[in-house]
Design a binder for this molecule. Structure first.
Ligand SMILES: [Zn+2]
Length: 395
């Protein structure tokens, strides 16, 4: 039996306390725990305690971390960006296993304990991305939990053979099926969504759809997704990522979409910056009780170099995009990158409570809101009671 006592840490909205961990689980939280014989003792030195941070939306297979600087090419459409990406992959021989490993290590060092990552699947790249990602998931399973999403980044119906590859990826163990702009990319919203939901039903997996479509076009896609979620009985198993349309419709349309999202327990992923487009109104969605998560999206990939692997920096960007200034607003975003994301990803053993996994992050800062704004770097990261990173270096 392994026992660890962390002394003198400050959880969000709670007084300084001690935490006892037994075999990877939190077994006691109290101010007066005496160390059992043989226990490892960690002096928290009054640090802030965060629950393990969750990156609920990223693309680990195609991160360019650790490679020479990639200058982003000018493009005018999303189709051009995607074509550039395929070209880069061909010319640079990107190794999805190596890149997703580099990405995972950077994430772990900055306090991330759970990730949902997409991996591109298309008729050129085949299953290289998802297989590389699944290998990384297996290699690092003691340090970070990775949920893998089979994702038709280049379109699906417009590239015959892609559906079969997605089906194969799910047979090989991909956890979630991804979709992409049913009208704007495939130009066949019914065909695209019927196929995605069909694959979800066949393999009994959750769904996560990238929806960049703006305004009423995006809202129409929402309608189709909601309708299928209801008919298939996939309530609570669907995420819509980016969901820019929620920021581009009038308040009456938004109100009725929110009612439908609540009714079908559909989650919304917002990563803050929206490339100059309207973005989901995070405060309104949260106040209504819409399930939410956030994520870093692609880190230093051919789409652009700006995204970083640190989830506290992501929380800052979500705050910035939504004009959140008050502590309670910043703390609500901390809830999005921890508890709310865990709920969407279906992580049962998550939480700072007795009986939950000891996925914990210690940061030396004044308070939790300050740690977000000053992008606090954790000095200690723990996964199921085992130290996975110290002072930014993975153990
Ligand atoms: Zn994405």
């Amino acid at each position: 039996m392994s026992t660890t006592l962390i002394r003198d840490v400050r959880p969000l909205h709670a007084a300084t306390t001690n935490v006892l961990i037994t075999d990877g689980m939190i077994t006691q939280i109290a101010t007066d725990i005496s160390a059992p014989d043989g226990a490892e003792i960690i002096d928290g030195k009054g640090s802030l305690l965060f629950q393990g941070l969750i990156d609920g939306h990223t693309h680990m297979d195609k991160a360019l971390i650790g490679l020479p600087w990639h200058s982003t090419k000018p493009t005018s459409t999303i189709t051009e960006v995607i074509a550039n990406e395929r070209q880069l992959r061909r010319e640079e021989h990107i190794d999805a296993h190596q890149q997703s490993t580099r990405h995972a290590l950077a994430a772990i060092a900055s306090g991330t304990t759970h990730i949902r990552s997409f991996a591109d699947i298309d008729t050129e790249w085949g299953l290289n991305g998802i297989r590389g990602l699944m290998q990384t998931k297996a290699d690092l399973r003691d340090k970070v939990d990775i949920q893998t999403v089979a994702f038709p980044q280049s379109g699906m119906l417009i590239r015959p053979g892609t559906v079969e590859l997605l089906d194969q990826a799910l047979s090989e163990g991909a956890d979630v099926i991804g979709g992409l702009d049913p009208s704007a990319i495939d130009r066949d919203p019914k065909g695209h969504l019927d196929t995605i939901f069909g694959l979800a039903e066949k393999h009994d997996v959750d769904i996560d759809i990238h929806l960049h479509e703006p305004g009423e076009l995006g809202a129409f896609s929402f309608d189709l997704i909601i309708e299928r979620t209801r008919v298939l009985g996939w309530k609570g198993r669907v995420t819509i990522s980016h969901a820019f349309a929620l920021g581009g419709v009038d308040h009456v349309r938004l109100g009725s979409l929110i009612e439908d999202l609540l009714d079908q327990q559909i989650a919304i992923m917002s990563h803050g910056p929206s490339g100059g487009r309207p973005a989901p109104p995070v405060e309104q969605l949260r106040r209504a009780g819409v399930r939410m998560l956030s994520g870093n999206d692609g880190i230093q990939d051919s789409w652009g170099p700006l995204n970083r692997p640190e989830m506290l920096k992501r929380a800052y960007l979500v705050c910035y995009r939504n004009n959140f200034r008050r502590d309670d607003q910043i703390e609500d975003v901390i809830d999005i990158i921890t508890n709310a994301s865990a709920e969407v990803l279906g992580v049962d053993d998550y939480g700072f409570a007795v009986g939950k996994a000891a996925d914990l992050v210690l940061v030396e800062e004044e308070n939790h809101a300050a740690a977000v704004v000053r992008s606090g770097e954790p000095w200690l990261v723990m996964k199921r009671g085992v130290i996975t990173a110290r002072d930014g270096v993975v153990a």
